[in-house]
Design a protein around this ligand. Sequence first.
Ligand code: FCB
Length: 468
Amino acid sequence: MSIEQLVTGAARTAAPPLAFPAGFRWGAATAAYQIEGAATEDGRGPSIWDTFARRPGRVHEGHTGDVACDHYRRYREDVALLAELGMGTYRFSIAWPRVKPGGTGPVNVRGLDFYDRLVDELLAAGVEPMVTLYHWDLPQALEDGGRGGWADRDTAAHFAEYAAVTAARLGDRVGTWTTLNEPWCAAFLGYASGDHAPGRTDVRTAFRAAHHLMLGHGLAGQALRAAGVRELSLTLNLARVSSADPADPHDVAAARRIDGVLNRIFLDPALRGEYPADMLALFDRFGAADVIADGDLPVIATPIDLLGINYYQPVLVRAQIGAPALPAYPGSEGLVFAPQPGPVTGMGWHVDPTGLTDLLLRLSRDYPGVPLMVTENGAAYPDEPAGDRVADPDRIAYLDGHLRAVHEALSAGADVRGYLAWSFLDNFEWAFGYDKRFGLVYIDYETQRRIPKDSALWYRNVTRTNTL
Ligand code: FCB
């Protein structure tokens, strides 16, 4: 495909164009620690990711977010690029350790000043800002001194204080506020498998963290409501979880267990005000049931206006006698994730857009009345620039397939309000460091040069025409 074909859409073949609803929100997402750099600038305190990345063997080749995409200094150039690429909405996260370097206590005004400038720059460029308050960069101070990060109930209250001061500063210009990004990763990769910061491997602590994250979501939600924000949201990483043999009751039960500890453990408290019985049994089994205090669930169920969905791949589960529990999925002994035939991304993630259609329809059915938005979807591939161009046909195919999947869900009645690609820029991909490139825009980390990939030009054509 030539660039000309991409830009004009001339490469589109026989199929008639798919139109998206008027007002459908298009854009891309990033997260603070993954792009900002400037780790010690203007009074920012350390986060658990600064610490974790420095622990030998935790992050690919010892990479850290110290410099990342240098977005903290280059945000003007980046905002101009967002606008040029036709992004109507930009989802970014605020670094709690910039706003409150100690996690609680004094506000660092210079930290808030940065987001103030960023928001003004976005609005001036005609790009809608969408804020996430927690994308995993917990202030290290809340982890230290035996406090224990999200294992400590007080962290939820501190999160709400931080939400309140941030909304007081930006709420006049930012309409959409997301409390948490992917509490499953924060709790179970952070505290059970130890793959993410703070790198602990204690299942009881992971359940405590999961509940306190959700309590933090509810308390912050109340604070944001009190501040008068227009649209309150929560973003979860969700997946279609199927059984390898739908006729085998063991496989079906195994899939149900993974669906519980990945999906329902967060969906049910947030949207129904209760933990499902099988999840309560897991809290109990791992000695964490006492973490759920009277009155917590109504707080967690503070109504949201939008459910953000981060979708990358579906999960296929098979029962297998004697299989040990998967570290990030407590209670998963006696099952395995079955291989799924077909293409994979550079992460080894299975490409299957039907998983997204099914997920959106399942959410519409099981949790009716909540508008949905795909807040992350995308793929890493080993991109190589050739001069000024980065040809990434696999990413275009991935995005095209998943946008068709969203359209199919819309046609079947799902209330999907928007789609945000992950990610605007190549960035620090957590434990994989800079080794994995998810961006629509290529970053040359030596020079910090930005090169829009072919996928960015292709996507611009979609967002500008509202059709695929
Ligand atoms: C999600 C994260 C995001 C990015 C993508 C690939 O789990 O929210 O920061 O790492 O995966």
